[in-house]
Design a binder for this molecule. Structure first.
Ligand SMILES: [Zn+2]
Length: 312
C-alpha cells in the first residue's frame, strides 16, 4: 500500500475539483444542494445520486441500490438489548442502561468488492502440554484460564488413561509446530460515504445481505431521511484496502498462536452505492456513553460498544 517515503519527492499541488456549471439533477432537473461537496449528492426530489466523475464532471451514478428497513422501533430496541446482554458475563446490561437517542436513517455506503490473498507464517502450540506452555509464557488472564482448563482436562484424561494402562507414561511437553500458509478471501466491504460518521463504519467484517438489495427508489424509504455523502468511491477503495489488511491479519491469527509475518495483497474493484437503513442507538451504562449500530434490513448488529462484563 502506498509508496516508500521519499523526502525528495516533489510536492503535488492540491487543487479542489472545479464546481460544475449546472447544479441541476441530471435525472429530474431539480436543483441540487451539494452542501458537503459533490462526492455523493442525493437529489431531494427524485433520489438520484450525483457523483463527481473521474473527469471532474458531475454525473448520475447508476449503480445505486437500497435495502428495505424491516424493523419497527420496538424490534430494533429488542435486537439491541439482546446484543447488550449476550454472553455469560454480561447479564442485565440492557436493564441497567439508559437509552438515549434512537435514529433511523438511510446512510450511503460504498460497497467495495475486495479480494485478499495473504501469505503468513508463525507457530502453533499443539500437544498435551500446550495449555501449560501458554501459562508459562505469561499470557492474558483469559488465555491463562483457558490454558488452565485445558490443563485440567489433560490431567483428567491422563488419570482416566492411567486406570486402563497403569504403566503408560504421560507426556506433557508442549510442541511447537511451524505454520506457513496462504489465505484467500472475498469481501464486499461497506465503507460509509459520510465523512465524520466514523461510528457508522463497521470494522469487524460485517457485510450487508446484498442479495436482498433493490434499485434505489425514494418512494420506498417511507419518508426516512436519506443522507448525502462526501466520500468519493476512490477514497472508499483506499479504506477498503486497509480494512482488508486487518481482516487478513485477524484470519491468520485464528490459525496460529504466534503470527511472525504476513504479506497481504488486496485488490479492490469498482463497486456500487448502497443506501442502507441504519439504526443508531445511544445508551448510557453506569455513566459511560456507548452506542449500537443495527442493520434495519437483516436486524443484525453491525458494530457497537458494550461493557466487557457486568454481572449486576
Ligand atoms: Zn432528481
Amino acid at each position: 500500500m502506498g509508496q516508500p517515503y521519499n523526502p525528495n519527492a516533489p510536492v503535488q499541488p492540491v487543487t479542489p475539483p472545479p464546481m460544475p456549471q449546472s447544479m441541476k439533477c441530471n435525472s429530474c432537473g431539480g436543483p441540487l444542494k451539494p452542501g458537503q461537496g459533490l462526492a455523493l449528492v442525493v437529489c431531494e426530489y427524485c433520489g438520484a445520486v450525483t457523483t463527481m466523475g473521474a473527469g471532474g464532471a458531475a454525473q448520475v451514478f447508476q449503480k445505486h441500490f437500497m435495502l428495505d428497513n424491516k424493523l419497527s422501533n420496538e424490534s430494533a430496541l429488542d435486537a439491541g438489548g439482546k446484543w447488550l446482554n449476550k454472553g455469560i458475563f454480561r447479564r442485565k446490561v440492557a436493564e441497567t442502561s439508559n437509552l438515549g437517542q434512537v435514529t433511523l436513517r438511510y446512510v450511503p455506503y460504498w460497497i467495495v468488492p475486495t479480494s485478499v490473498v495473504a501469505d503468513f507464517q508463525g507457530t502453533k502450540n499443539v500437544g498435551a502440554g500446550a495449555g501449560v506452555g501458554m501459562m508459562a509464557h505469561g499470557d492474558t488472564g483469559a488465555k491463562k484460564a483457558a490454558g488452565a482448563a485445558l490443563f485440567a482436562l489433560t490431567m483428567a484424561a491422563a488419570a482416566a488413561g492411567s486406570r486402563n494402562q497403569p504403566q503408560h507414561n504421560v507426556q506433557s511437553q508442549p510442541q511447537v509446530v511451524r505454520v506457513r500458509d496462504r489465505i484467500q478471501m472475498q469481501y464486499n466491504i461497506p465503507i460509509v460515504g459520510v465523512r465524520g460518521y466514523t461510528k457508522y463504519q463497521p470494522d469487524d467484517g460485517f457485510q450487508f445481505q446484498l442479495q436482498n438489495k433493490i434499485t434505489f427508489d425514494k418512494r420506498a424509504t417511507g419518508g426516512v431521511e436519506v443522507m448525502s455523502g462526501d466520500v468519493a468511491e476512490q477514497e472508499a477503495k483506499g479504506q477498503a484496502t486497509s480494512l482488508a489488511h486487518k481482516f487478513a491479519e485477524k484470519e491468520a491469527k485464528k490459525r496460529v498462536d504466534n503470527l511472525e509475518s504476513i504479506q497481504v495483497y488486496p485488490t479492490t474493484y469498482d463497486g456500487e452505492l448502497l443506501h442502507a437503513p441504519v439504526w443508531f442507538m445511544e445508551y448510557d451504562h453506569k455513566g459511560k456513553q456507548m452506542f449500537i449500530l443495527l442493520d434495519g434490513s437483516s436486524g443484525s448488529v453491525m458494530d457497537g460498544e458494550r461493557p466487557a462484563f457486568s454481572l449486576w
